[in-house]
Write a protein that binds this ligand. Structure first.
Ligand code: SF4
Length: 486
């Protein structure tokens, strides 16, 4: 049987044929916990959307030939109005439409996405591309397509409210234009993606976020690609790309002040210390607490007043040190997998935070979560606002006070810690990143984790969050030394 190319590979190849080829030839890997959560969310949204669309026939997806035949038969049957998971093959390309609904003598093509619809927001270009691909293949296979419709989660939906859970967006016009563009390159994409040999790669802006860049492709062996320049735009990348790496950029390269500082640090190979930027450390008041939240957003809210995808904190870690060099103590909270923990967690947190001293955080995330809690619990707003007034964002030090070539232009704790405190590492942890942490909690909440594994998973969550705040303790110590023994 000739090789089939599916939507994901085709759409990757639209931008980069080499990336499409890599995807087509990659071996399947077990998804991480964050990805497992997103798979669960996707499947759940599809289930609910199908129920919302009404009675239809669910077609089989495999084996491919049988799935395609089923689709043809059901489409030809005039009594069928709504079909789910239809399969089309055209010129070696395979497409699955989430749903098709009869529309006169034609069919509406329906794509279900777990994104959120807001009437004042533009629809994600990726959604248009998804539908355009399906439209191209379905129409090529003989389906008469009337409209291309997207179903998204309605941003107005509330648990136990009256708003519909989903909203339609008619993308017919944009999809038709894009499908015509895809048709013009479809043969070339198929030939390159299905070839035995990898198409020749070329450094483009999309390499920035490509999984193969550093390990297999054009970024291999380049320690300082242009993508380490903070907030580099596609336009600037195109203008500078012939230099290939930061170390080759000339002194007069067109850069913003922030970008230039990062470039200078990397080119010099030595850290940049700005005593003015470090001086804000003098504002830290003892006793110092170090706070980190983990939070999750669910497509369909778990609580009545929350919006779809609104962030809900479910865990915190808190280290405390009463004076420089004094012993460090630790407190923590992790929500149960059911019920509404938010008031209890907030009251516990306020108690643990006390009323004096600075609260060191890393980034603006904790402030956002506290603001959310103040809105949710107006009776606690004064106390929470007093906590917010005590926050000290340690990341600011790495933005303005100290930059090391090893940071490669980044200031996140995961990039800064290995350089500043190499003895402390996330590598040994089972859950060692925020994406997996929220994945574990999400899967636990929806009972998609095996029950016997829950105690161990909870422990893994606790140790991950604990390391985040211990990292802040050590980073504060390291920066205080730079400041001069503060
Ligand atoms: S690294 Fe760049 S050239 Fe290579 S596959 Fe990825 S996007 Fe394409």
């Amino acid at each position: 049987m000739p090789l089939r190319v599916a939507k994901k590979e085709f759409l990757a190849a639209v931008t980069c044929r080499t990336q499409g080829w890599y995807l087509q030839h990659a071996t399947d890997q077990a998804p991480g916990l964050g990805l497992q959560w997103r798979f669960w969310v996707g499947a759940h949204v599809h289930d609910r959307a199908r129920a919302w669309l009404g009675d239809g026939v669910m077609l089989r997806r495999t084996p491919l030939e049988a799935a395609t035949e089923d689709t043809q038969q059901y489409v030809a049957d005039a009594s069928q109005q709504l079909l789910f998971e239809t399969t089309f093959v055209w010129n070696g390309l395979v497409a699955r439409a989430d749903a098709i609904r009869r529309h006169g003598i034609e069919w509406d093509l329906i794509e279900i996405k777990s994104g959120k619809f807001k009437s004042d927001e533009k629809v994600n270009a990726e959604f248009v591309d998804d539908l355009a691909y399906t439209r191209m293949v379905a129409a090529g296979a003989g389906l008469k397509v009337a409209r291309a419709l997207l179903i998204l989660i309605n941003g107005e939906y509330r648990l136990n409210g009256t708003a519909e859970p989903f909203a339609y967006v008619d993308l017919t016009e944009q999809v038709n234009v894009r499908a015509a563009e895809f048709s013009a390159i479809a043969d070339d994409v198929y030939a390159k993606v299905s070839a035995d040999e990898r198409p020749a790669p070329e450094m483009i802006f999309a390499c920035k976020d490509c999984d193969w860049f550093k390990t297999d492709c054009v970024g291999r062996g380049i320690p300082d690609p242009l993508f380490v320049i903070p907030r580099i735009t596609e336009k600037k990348f195109e203008a500078l790309k012939h230099y290939e790496r930061v170390s080759r950029l000339p002194a007069d390269a067109d850069l913003t002040d922030t970008q230039r500082k990062v470039v200078e640090v990397i080119q010099s190979g030595t850290p940049r210390v700005n005593s003015g930027g470090l001086a804000v450390l003098d504002n830290v008041q003892w006793p110092v607490r170090y706070l980190d939240f983990e939070a999750i957003s669910a497509p369909f809210p778990w609580f009545e007043e929350t919006e779809p995808y609104q962030m809900v904190p479910f865990q915190y870690s808190l280290h405390q040190q009463d004076a420089p060099g004094a012993p460090v103590t630790h407190k923590e909270y992790l929500a149960p997998g059911e019920g509404d923990w938010r008031l209890y967690m907030t009251e516990q947190l306020l108690y643990d935070l006390g009323t004096s001293g600075s609260i060191v955080v890393y980034s603006s995330f904790e402030k956002q979560q506290l603001n959310g809690l103040a809105k949710l619990f107006p009776e606690l707003a004064d106390q929470i606002n007093a906590v917010i007034a005590r926050l000290f964002d340690l990341e600011v030090i790495f933005k303005h006070g100290y930059q090391h070539p090893g940071f490669l232009g980044r200031t996140s704790i995961k990039k800064v810690l290995p350089v500043m405190v190499p003895a402390l590492s996330y590598n040994a942890l089972v859950v060692n990143n925020g994406d997996d942490a929220l994945g574990v909690f999400g899967l636990m909440r929806v009972k998609a984790l095996e029950e016997e594994s829950v105690p161990a998973r909870r422990e893994q969550l606790l140790r991950y969050c604990e390391l985040d705040t211990l990292a802040m303790v050590r980073l504060h110590e390291a920066t205080a030394k730079l400041r001069g023994g503060g």
